[in-house]
Design a protein around this ligand. Structure first.
Ligand SMILES: [Zn+2]
Length: 121
C-alpha cells in the first residue's frame, strides 16, 4: 500500500465512523426531542477536531414550581422525566435531569395535597 492509499482508506474509515456516530447520537437526541415536544430546543451535535461527532444534546425546559398551578408543574415535570429517559441508552446526565424533574414534581405534589386539605377543611 502506498501512502495515498493508506490515507484514502483512513479517510473512508473516518467518514464511516462519523456517519455511524452521527446516526447514533442523532437517534438518542431525537428520542428526547420527540418526547419533550415544545419543551425541547434544537438537536445539537458536537464534533471533535477531526469532524467526528462525539456527543449531542437537546435543551429541555426544566419545570419550575408554580404555587398557583401545581397541576401544571406536575404535568410539565412528568413530561421532562419521560423525555429524559426516552432514549434506549440514557446517559448519566439524562438520569440527573430526570431526578431533578422528579424532585420538582414531588414539591408540586405536596403543595397540591396541602391545597386539597385547605379546601376540604
Ligand atoms: Zn440523552
Amino acid at each position: 500500500m502506498d501512502c495515498l492509499t493508506i490515507s484514502t482508506f483512513r479517510s473512508l474509515e473516518q467518514q464511516a465512523l462519523a456517519q455511524r456516530n452521527y446516526s447514533e447520537i442523532y437517534r438518542h437526541e431525537l428520542a428526547h426531542k420527540q418526547t419533550a415536544g415544545s419543551l425541547a430546543g434544537p438537536i445539537v451535535i458536537e464534533k471533535n477536531a477531526q469532524g467526528i461527532p462525539v456527543s449531542g444534546h437537546v435543551d429541555i425546559k426544566m419545570p419550575a414550581l408554580n404555587p398557583e398551578n401545581p397541576e401544571e408543574t406536575i404535568k410539565h415535570a412528568d413530561k421532562v422525566v419521560k423525555s429524559a429517559l426516552a432514549p434506549s441508552d440514557p446517559s448519566g446526565q439524562d438520569f440527573k435531569v430526570a431526578s431533578k424533574a422528579r424532585a420538582v414534581k414531588n414539591q408540586a405534589q405536596s403543595l397540591l395535597n396541602n391545597k386539597r386539605l385547605d379546601y376540604y377543611a
